[in-house]
Structures are given as structure tokens and as C-alpha cells.
Design a binder for this molecule. Sequence first.
Ligand code: NDP
Length: 484
Amino acid sequence: MAAYKMYIGGEWAGAETGFETLNPATEKPIAYFPSGDAGHVDMAVGAARDALPKWSRLPPPKRGIILQKAAEILKSEKERLGRLVSTEMGKVLPEALGDVQEAIDTFEYFAAEGRRLYGNTTTSELRDKFCMTIRRPVGVVGLITPWNFPTAIPAWKLAPALICGNTVVFKPSSDTPLCAYEILKVLIRAGVPPGVVNFVTGPASSVGEAIVKHPGIEGLSFTGSKATGEWITKNAGLKKVGLELGGKNPIIVMDDAKLDLAVEGILWGAFGTTGQRCTATSRVIAHRKIKQKLLSALVTKARMLRLGPGIEKTSDVGPLINKAAQEKVNKYVGIGIAEGAKLLCGGNKPAGKGFFFKPTIFDGVTPDMRIAREEIFGPVLSVLEFDRLDDAIDIANSVEYGLSSSIYTGDVNNAFKAIERIEAGITYVNSSTIGAEVHLPFGGVKGTGHTREAGILGLDEFSNTKTVYVDYSGKLQKAQIDSD
Ligand code: NDP
């Protein structure tokens, strides 16, 4: 098994102890990484601080050339990296290749931002005075990423951070450090100078917490669980913090919907990536008139999904990320049964190695049940029913999260009511809850956090707006006081 290192100030660095990353389909170790600590974080922050003046003064189009080069390298390595994503994280190969494609798209998108990074110009209330806003880097930023999109999410954070002129301390998930390491290697090959991106691996309790609390870090960008997001909010001091937390994403199916289309979208949203997406479909809110028909199609097709290692062409659904995730999903199945929901299919793990879990559907779920409210992050779908669209929207809104949402309907009036009233950062019409594109903003409301990543708004997380007034009147002019 290959052993890897951290990367601090342009040098490879080890640590006294380390940890293994596993293939979740076979439970076999695939790589060994150092367990860094607060001292490594401190060194990384120092290196990032030293690199900041030069990097932040490099003209953004030149930073963009480096990001474009990273995109080109990723393209040439897409197949190999896709297989790695599938091996280390578990998702099926087409999705793993999509993960890498999202990283490519993100680097390309933000490379082009190097020639924009727009601010605004506007008028002044005084004569001979010019007003504008410009973007400035935040400074040294800490990036803490999860495992479910092990190349795409690092890219979502690294690309905008770098194009805005920040330097970075990057801690990947301890479940997928190898995918993150490959992204780091791509950036080094593309020409990111030493100290600009520092890579520190190791546990949340040492590396993660040290990043959150370090006084030399000005900005933090985190994707992961709500509990960790809340902890970060309490411990990050006055840093600029971006949080991308969980979801409990609903699909509303009206009685006028195309049911075949809805079935396909629900299966893709609920069981794609084995339900381990923050935008995964975890609730179906179905009109009473069509619920039975919808359910029987869903159950029939869910039972046909083939579980297996993501890397194999015959697999439709890969494993969960680790044993703890498998136990968590199993626990929620028990909670659902105890709450009185009706288990229609799945509900357990298959025999044999790997952290697999069968696609699971519960009927008879009511909005107060825990399986209707809490993020399970696995292949478990709760089905609820309604008679009026207003009630469906109330059910959709009755959870603490607000990330993605969807409505299947043939009536444009229903679609616009849902767009307006569902409390979520994203609403799809006649499409599943998953499938973000990198040039549109991504993020939520309520317990999901309020940050927007990707798209133009993704720049706001990694830049501070400076307001500039240029007075060319040659005299002292007083805003709000001078009347002429
Ligand atoms: P966590 O929130 O625990 O971990 C995500 C990242 O944060 C990892 O890099 C982790 O490090 C790090 N981290 C954890 N605690 C801290 C801390 N106190 N300070 C700094 N960094 C920290 O998520 P998990 O991976 O444990 O997954 C658990 C649940 O989180 C899932 O079941 C799901 O509900 C949710 N989740 C949501 C995601 C989303 O896309 N919104 C993505 C992943 C998970 P390390 O890996 O070393 O522990």
C-alpha cells in the first residue's frame, strides 16, 4: 500500500503517525496518509501567509492561466481519476467520472473569471466624484471538505479561492484524502507556486479544529454535517465563514405529473450516489390520487437496482462510505419502523464484504417522524401524501433544512407556486433534486447554511468587497450635507 505525504510551503511533509483510507466496496486499505496536528496547521498557515503578497498581486488573468492548465491536466487524467473516485469513495463509475468532470468545469469556469472578477460602478450624489466596488482577497483561507464529492468539492473551493488571490490551507476528509491529493498534484503541475496551496491531512479533532481556531486564517469554507457547521460557527471567531450543510430534500408529485418521468427522477435522486448527496431526494410528497401507482413503480424499480462495487459496469448502486454510515442508515431504518412507517423494500445490508445497504422505501410516513425530518445520508426514501398543493408545500417546508427541492407537474401554475413558496436554495421543475451545474449558484437556506458556492456568487465567499470613492473636485465635498 502506497504511503503519501502532506504538502506545506512547497515541501512534502510526514508525521509520526498516520491512517489508512479504505475501499468501501472491499473494506481493503488503499493508501496511507500522515496524521497531521496543530503544529502542521501552524506551519501551513505560516507558509500561506508568506505566499500571500506575491500570489494576491499576480494579475488575475495570470492566475486564470494556471487554473485553465489545471483543467487541461484533469481532462487528460479524467478516466484514471474517475476510477480512483469510484475506488476510494465508492460511487459508480459514471457518477465518479461526473465528479471529475465537475472539477474540470469548475476550474475552467473560475479560470475565465480571472478576466472578469467584476465589481460595480455607480453614480455619486456629489459632483466630480466616482464610485465603484472592487474585489480583494480574504487572505489565508482554510478549506475543509467532505468525502461525497472527493474531487468536485475541493475544486469548488480551491478554484474560486485561488482566482480571488487567496492562499490556502486545505484539509480533506479522512475518508478520501487520496482523491484530494490528486487534485493537489494537478495544481502543482499546473504551476501553483509553493505556499499557495498547503495540504494537511489528519483527524478533525486535531487538524480540522486547529484550522477553525487558527488566528492567522481569515476565511473558512466548510462542507459537511450540520453539527460540525454549528461547531465551526461557535469556534471560528470573527473569520469569514462559508457553510454548506445538509438537506432533507423533497420531491412533490402532483396528480397531473408525468409519472414515468417522476419515477425516474425520484430513483436517481434517492439512490444515486447511494443517497449520499446533500441534495439527495429523501422525501417524496405524493398526491393521494397517484400515490399508490407511483409507489408500486418505485418499489418495483428500486428492487431491480444492482448493488456492487462502483468500479464494475454491472453496479447501479455502490457502497456507503464507511461502517459508521452503514450503521447510521441501519439505525434510521429501525427508527422508521418503530415510528410506525411501513417498510416497502430494502431495509438491510446484503451479506458479504463492503458497506452496502439496500435501496429502502418507507410508506405511511408523516411529517413529524424522524425519518421525515433528519438527514440520513443513505439510500432511504420516505413517502408522504397530500391532497392540496398548499399542504404539500407546508410539508416540504416543515424541516430545518432548505437546500434542494422539486415538483413534478404538468400545470405551470403549480410550478410557479412551488418555486415561490418552497423554502430552499434550489427548486427543480420536472427534474430530480440533484444535478447542479457549476455556473449557477449552489446553496441553501435555514439549517443548510446560507452560503452560495459556484457561479458568480461563488466569488463572494472568497473575496471581500472594497468600496472606492474617487473625488476629483479638488475640494472637500460632504455626503449628506452639501446640497449643491
Ligand atoms: P463531518 O461534518 O463530520 O466532516 C466533514 C469534514 O469536516 C471532514 O473533513 C471532517 O474531517 C471535518 N470535520 C469534522 N469535524 C470537524 C471539526 N470539529 N472541525 C473541523 N473540521 C471538522 O461529516 P462526516 O464526513 O462525518 O459525515 C457525517 C454526516 O454529515 C453525513 O452522514 C451527512 O449527514 C453529513 N454530510 C453532509 C455533506 C454535504 O454535502 N452537505 C457531506 C458529508 C457529510 P474528518 O474526515 O477527518 O473527520
